[in-house]
Ligand binder design. Sequence first.
Ligand code: LRH
Length: 470
Amino acid sequence: MTQTVAAVDLGATSGRVMLGHFASGTVNLETVSRFPNGPVDTVDGLHWNVLELYRCVVDGLRLAARARPGSVGVDSWAVDYALLRGGRVLGFPYHYRDSRNQVAAERAHRIVPPERMYRESGLQFLPFNTVYQLVAEQDGGLLDVADRLLLIPDLIGYLLSGEAVTERTNASTTGLIDIASGKWNRRLLSELSIPERILTDVVDPGTSLGPVRSSLGLDADCELVTVGSHDTASAVVAVPAVHDDVAYISSGTWSLVGLELPQPVVTEASRAANFTNEAGVDGRVRFLRNVSGLWLLDEMLRHRRDAGEDVDLAALLDAAAAVDSRDVVLFDTDDPRFLPPGDHASRIVDWCREHDVRPPEGLAELTRAILESLAEAYARTLRQASELSGKAVTTVHIVGGGSRNRLLCQLTADRTGLPVLAGPVEATALGNVLVQARALGIVSGSLEALRALVAASVTPVGYQPGGERS
Ligand code: LRH
């Protein structure tokens, strides 16, 4: 018998409503609807278009209703939030790529030094961590009147069900959770003048929050179930690993490069290397580092297309693969200049000039420089992850959109010297539906059992170091 749940996955360029069908020990995804989810650049910065998104989610769920899903789960990227008062959203939530955070981080560190923040949260420094966004928020006055903060997937969940909670995997990206206790860090909140009253209970993934609103047209017993609402947490659930000595790269807009560990690693060395200990599903630790990702390529191409240039991605990737290895340029993909939207091609050329490196010429060389520099950053990060944690790695799994990019996968195998297994592309949505299905009793077992189910449902593509580039 087939049993079905629905996933809402809000990604960097698009959002989706998907159905996960479970039958005969396998899972199969069906895309019900897809809608745009880009930031909106307004007079006061980059924002989420939450109301439009919610409308698209509702439309998608109405279409999904014909399959009679038993539950709905929501995920999106980390750190961003909405403020509410009396159940009403106060203004358009900021997008983390907005430029307001850098000064806020400096301000926060004058009150609580970064070393202590790391010791208490285990979280890597990223200028857009929620804690810094909230310090930036203090200038706008909304914090004074807000009575609730909801991270974006929890906001969508609240609008769908009326239940307001903070899901644990995403809460761990705020910088406000004490890693030792798993609770909100009250001392830090008070020192940074972030009002504790706006925070809601932290709940684990796989918790039923009760029925969704009847107006959605879903069955009366269709419930909202928390999942790894941080998209990366869901993606890690769906890594089709069949043994333990694996690393993963969740490759999309960002590349989240690291390991799953039973315990956090919070040392001065891991802080210096900027490794994070984000909460995973089932109490696991996602010990990883944010490396930039396909954002570099996508944004460069978006900029070209906006300027009227017609770019064919498949032909461009072939041309990039054919670039002579002597013309390969490496640059620092983590340079903060690549964070905001804009003209990445010029920024790469500027970076090269400033560092006495011959800049890439033409789109093929630029593309090769991006992919080759990402692969080099992956290799460096994986070596560090092993050193810092003491865990050996023999295979690298690449999941998410980047697993489709054959050149990137091959370069990753070449530069890490390890075999790469690429896929599934839809790891985030798969992780989302798996955690719901387990909460509903459709499937059972540990994360390893869920991963075995993914491995039985999809066949990853293998790449060997030194293999042919295509
Ligand atoms: C990936 C991701 C990542 C965060 C970033 C904001 O989508 O959630 O894990 O660091 O977006």
